[in-house]
Design a protein around this ligand. Structure first.
Ligand SMILES: [Cu+2]
Length: 174
């Protein structure tokens, strides 16, 4: 009788052991396929920020009004609300720097601001400047008469945030 009980126990133990052995040939679970597209999306968003501009986000001229008559030199101040001014380094959401455009208006969204085109009226302030002095040496196009001045915000890659983050006014240079 003892022999039979031992045999049954041994048989049960063998079965249990066999059932518990994990199959060694099983393939590991596949890496989730969503990771790669996600990384691509992040890389694209570094160059293009398609975040919509909110109603509380804007640029403005703190010391210049529409139609104002100015005499050079003139210290022009740059204002921004709802975004942060930082020197042009890493691209961050709602961060950028100011640009001035003379007589050409706003730069479309996600368009590179013209580089080294000061002679044509495109000025970068990539150090995070909050003002500049308009004088005839740096701004030779500001001859006496009517001109437009545009303040344009763009991200650290100089990609414009578009007309929604710009302000254009007409001025009269004496
Ligand atoms: Cu720039």
């Amino acid at each position: 009788m003892k022999k039979i009980i031992f045999f049954v126990f041994a048989a049960l133990a063998w079965t249990a052991c066999n059932n518990n052995t994990p199959p060694q040939t099983a393939t590991p679970p596949p890496t989730p396929a969503i990771e790669q597209p996600h990384e691509e999306h992040v890389m694209m968003s570094e160059a293009k920020d398609t975040t919509p501009i909110l109603p509380n986000q804007k640029v403005f001229f703190p010391n210049l009004k529409e139609g104002q008559i100015i005499k050079l030199p003139f210290i022009l101040k740059f204002g921004v609300e709802g975004m942060e001014v930082k020197p042009a380094m890493a691209v961050e959401a709602n961060v950028g720097h100011h640009h001035i455009v003379v007589d050409h208006g706003a730069i479309p969204a996600n368009t590179m601001f013209p580089m080294q085109k000061e002679a044509e009226g495109y000025y970068h302030f990539g150090k995070g400047q909050l003002q500049d002095t308009l004088n005839i040496k740096k701004y030779p196009m500001l001859t006496p008469g009517k001109h437009t001045i545009t303040l344009q915000f763009a991200n650290s890659m100089h990609m414009s945030y578009g007309p929604a983050m710009s302000k254009t006014i007409s001025i009269m240079v004496k």
